[in-house]
Structures are given as structure tokens and as C-alpha cells.
Design a protein around this ligand. Structure first.
Ligand code: GRF
Length: 218
């Protein structure tokens, strides 16, 4: 087996997507190893959860940098490099990353967003999907660019919107698909199958006759 890539997961909260990545990486044939979990929020529930899995954790508290985003990001960057991290997976990480950081880590940072991008960037995606009356909603894993919830799309998972959905019931259905697509996307990236070309992601070896691994639907 080729060497597993070293991944850091960046979180701010409960870390259920982080846990799905860690669980997938327990399989020795999975191409990525979660080497580090970093939170920008001290006491984030995900830190304890990562610790229970035996994963190294760290906190880089953005409030300790007196509003200096560059200094916060330099501290993150140093921690990642010191640990030999090769790819970064954002999982509910509630800080925007600057173009400086994104350039340092070009095509090596991925994010999960709870909507079918480019629809519903930003917050409260489930409420907004219900307000708009869309019939299909879902989640997207994408490479990170300096624009919020932007960047080449790796994989999307779709779910139906039901007549009696509330933001909570729809959110639960989307979260279940998030937990499926994030480990698949990380595997595609870590194995080198997903590559950015002309602002789009090409998947090596994808069967074009099928939806392939990059669209999960109901
Ligand atoms: C998820 O819905 C993710 O798509 C979004 O933030 C939420 C994080 O949830 N970016 P969790 O911390 O992974 O449970």
C-alpha cells in the first residue's frame, strides 16, 4: 500500500464530520490518516471526541490574536507544518481563511458545506432552501479558495426536500449525506485521483457511464 497522507481536520464545534473522517481512516486501506485535529474554539466538543479516538488535538484560539488574522493563520500554518500535514479538511470551521493561507495550501484544503453549491453559500442553508421551495438540497465538498464557500467542487450529495420538512428535519437528512460524502471526497483527494484543472475537479479513473463516486443521490 502506498503511504497514507497526513491530514489535519479543523473544527469549531461538535465535530460530527470530523468523526466520520476519523472512522473512515481507521480502515488501513484508507489513503489518509487523521494526524491532528485543531479547533479555534477552546472547549469545542469535537476536541474531546477526537481525543476519545486517540487523535492528537490542539487549540489555536483566534481571540488571542487581537483581531490580527494573519497572525492567527501563521500560527495555524506553523502547527500544520510542524506536524508534517499534507492536506487540511475543514469540518464546521467557522473562520474565513485569507488568500495568504489559501495560497500557502493551494489545492490542499477542502471544506464541506451543507448545500448544493453554488446555491446557498453562507449560513442558515436549510432555512433558506425551505424558503425558496427547492425540491432537492444536499451538501458539497470542495477545494477552498479565498472566497467563502467557493472553489472547485469535488463531490455532492443530494437529498429530497419533503413537504413537511422543518430546517431541523432537512438538516438531519443533509448531515447524514455529509457523513457519507466527506470520507469519499477525502479519499479521492488523498489518493491523488481528484485534481484541480482549470478551476474544475477532474477525477482520474471515473466511469463516465455512471454517476460515479462524485454524486450521491436519493
Ligand atoms: C456541517 O453541517 C458542515 O457542513 C458545516 O458545519 C457543520 C458542522 O457540523 N460546514 P459538525 O461539527 O461536523 O457536526
Amino acid at each position: 500500500m502506498s503511504e497514507r497522507k497526513k491530514i489535519a481536520v479543523l473544527i469549531s464545534g461538535r465535530g460530527s464530520n470530523m468523526a466520520s473522517l476519523i472512522s473512515a481512516s481507521m480502515d488501513p486501506s484508507y489513503p489518509a490518516e487523521i494526524a491532528l485535529v485543531i479547533s479555534n474554539k477552546p472547549g469545542a466538543a469535537g476536541l474531546e471526541r477526537a481525543g476519545e479516538f486517540g487523535i492528537e488535538t490542539a487549540t489555536v484560539d483566534h481571540t488571542e490574536f487581537s483581531g490580527d488574522r494573519q497572525a492567527f493563520e501563521r500560527a495555524l500554518d506553523e502547527k500544520l507544518k510542524a506536524r508534517g500535514i499534507e492536506f487540511v479538511a475543514l469540518a464546521g470551521f467557522m473562520r474565513l481563511l485569507s488568500s495568504w493561507f489559501v495560497t500557502q495550501w493551494r489545492d490542499r484544503v477542502i471544506n464541506i458545506h451543507p448545500a448544493l453549491l453554488p446555491s446557498f453559500k453562507g449560513l442558515h442553508t436549510h432555512e433558506r432552501a425551505l424558503e425558496e421551495g427547492v425540491k432537492l438540497h444536499g451538501a458539497t465538498v470542495h477545494f477552498v479558495s479565498a472566497e467563502m464557500d467557493d472553489g472547485p467542487i469535488i463531490i455532492q450529495g443530494a437529498v429530497p426536500v419533503l413537504e413537511d420538512d422543518t430546517p431541523d428535519t432537512l438538516g438531519e437528512r443533509v448531515l447524514a449525506v455529509e457523513h457519507k460524502i466527506y470520507p469519499k471526497a477525502l479519499a479521492l483527494v488523498a489518493s491523488g485521483r481528484a485534481k484541480v484543472k482549470d478551476h474544475r475537479v477532474a477525477i482520474a479513473g471515473e466511469d463516465t457511464e455512471q454517476a460515479g463516486p462524485v454524486l450521491i443521490w436519493p
